[in-house]
Design a protein around this ligand. Structure first.
Ligand code: GLU
Ligand code: ZN
Length: 299
């Protein structure tokens, strides 16, 4: 890490559940352009918190694809699977603050009750000798608000939207919200650019930042790329692997998808396209806020 602390540290944090698709590549590119146009650092973190979900070889493929697009990261890649002791420390802090409690309720029971956790195990705690339990955090009474750089004002009242939420799962894995808040803090992240599909989880992460005494980064939630049926691109919807698409054409179309209009003359040079993108990046004004249809990328 640089010895001076720059005003801007951004990151791209893919979950290695499969290769990058156009939606994740759009996020990678936008977060890179936002960081570089602010003379910031751009880090890559692999969110492999959940090893059973991490597809074999996906990490290597993701990093390789980023390299082929010349999206060069500024420090060592961080792997969440190697950071459990940090998550444990901050989990302990939530417990010490008396904000955390054990829960043995099954997912199905919560879904059957409407999907919002009603605090059942706070009012009637599981037996002391119970070995298998999740840990939840009490949710804040007042709504969490933030101003998103693309989507505008966002406000969420966590108790009536999700309820007290899990910070450590029954199977022993730390929850994504906790890991994300802790890593963003420890990595000194000042700006988060990611897909709009994650916007509902941002208030929970901001709440954890507040509880743990972290500062809150600036957020920019990008539109998600959807297929012709309106489904978000993902492994489940059989999104094509970016590694199999031609780099220059893909990059050129992704710049358009971000509302930019690069000249045809730079289409043959990845470095020139990136430099042009950095010079012309105006995140707030050019992005279509909701979704981008895959076919508009002209493949
Ligand atoms: N790993 C998460 C995902 O790929 C994103 C994390 C983030 O950008 O905060 O869905
Ligand atoms: Zn419970």
């Amino acid at each position: 890490m640089n010895t001076h602390s720059p005003r801007y540290i951004g990151r791209f944090a893919p979950s290695p559940t499969g290769p990058l698709h156009l939606g994740s590549m759009l996020t990678a590119l936008a977060s890179y352009l936002d960081a570089k146009s602010n003379k910031g650092l751009w880090l890559v973190r692999i969110d492999d918190l959940d090893p059973p979900r991490a597809a074999n070889g996906a990490c290597g493929q993701i990093l390789n694809t980023l390299e082929r697009f010349q999206l060069n990261w500024d420090d060592e890649v961080v792997y969440q699977s190697q950071r459990h002791s940090h998550y444990q420390d901050y989990l302990q802090r939530c417990i010490a603050l008396k904000l955390a409690y054990r829960c043995t309720c099954s997912r199905n029971k919560i879904i059957a009750a409407g999907g919002i956790y009603a605090g059942t195990c706070l009012t009637s705690p599981p037996p002391r000798d119970e070995k298998t339990y999740a840990i939840r955090i009490k949710s804040p009474k007042t709504p969490i608000k933030f101003k998103d750089q693309c989507q505008g004002e966002v406000k969420q009242h966590i108790p009536s939207t999700v309820g007290d939420f899990i910070i450590k799962r029954k199977d022993g894995l730390y929850a994504y919200h906790l890991a994300c808040a802790v890593d963003d803090h420890l990595q000194g992240i000042t700006h988060i650019v990611r897909g709009r599909d994650l916007m509902d989880s941002t208030p929970r992460q901001i709440y954890l930042q507040q509880v743990l005494g972290f500062s809150t980064p600036s957020y920019l939630h990008l539109p998600v790329v959807v297929n012709s049926k309106g489904q978000k691109l993902s492994k489940q919807t059989h999104a094509p692997n970016v590694a199999q698409l031609p780099v220059k054409d893909t990059l050129y179309h992704l710049l358009f998808a971000l509302g930019l209009t690069p000249p045809e003359s730079i289409k043959d040079n990845i470095g020139l396209m990136l430099d042009w993108g950095i010079d012309h990046w105006r995140s707030r004004d050019t992005i279509n806020k909701q979704s981008i249809i895959e076919s508009s990328l002209n493949f």
